[in-house]
Design a protein around this ligand. Structure first.
Ligand code: NI
Length: 174
């Protein structure tokens, strides 16, 4: 059965490893990981999840933007499962905006990200797809993609002055 899995937190070496490319999309192990990721993400108020965050070293992410307590202004979308994703920025323009991470509770920070990207990935049927993402959803993608490379968003913060507590974030910016 599909189960809500514990979220791996910063300091756990599994968050710092490059995740493995998924070879066989239809393998039971892969299908089970995706199902566990879906129920785990749904049990949180996050807007995306990467497989390493449930301790699975595979290149699988879910982008599931929706308004939540953590992200009240997030756009509503159908969640997308992306296997073996890659991306290129379609222009050089970056913007700083607030991010948080289920693996780094209690903290928010301003992170520069590309605002327009072209993403290539495989869907759950193994089909290779391309999609253009912009704004907040492009940001969520880049955040989750970082997890597949063993990076976290704090690695990209330009100044410690751009880091605030979750409590102060709620007071000042929501
Ligand atoms: Ni994260």
């Amino acid at each position: 059965m599909h189960q809500i899995r514990p979220i791996v937190e910063l300091g756990d070496p599994r968050l710092r490893k490059e995740a493995m490319v998924v070879g066989r999309v239809f393998e039971n192990a892969v299908i089970n990981i995706i199902s566990d990721m879906e129920v785990t993400l749904a049990s949180t108020d996050g807007v995306g999840l990467a497989a390493p965050q449930i301790g699975e070293s595979y290149q699988i992410i879910i982008i599931g933007s929706r308004p939540t307590d953590r992200y009240p202004l997030a756009p509503q979308m159908d969640s997308i499962v992306m296997i073996n994703p890659s991306f290129t920025a379609t222009n050089e323009h970056c913007e700083k905006d607030w991010e948080g991470c289920l693996s780094i509770p209690g903290i928010r920070a301003l992170v520069p990200r590309y605002t327009e990207i072209q993403v290539d990935y495989q869907d759950i049927n193994g089909l290779r797809l391309h999609v253009h993402l912009s704004g907040f959803i492009a940001r969520v993608f880049q955040h989750e993609f970082d997890h597949l490379m063993g990076h976290v968003y704090l690695d990209r913060v330009e100044s410690n002055l751009d880091i605030v507590s979750e409590k102060m974030f709620q007071e000042l910016y929501v």
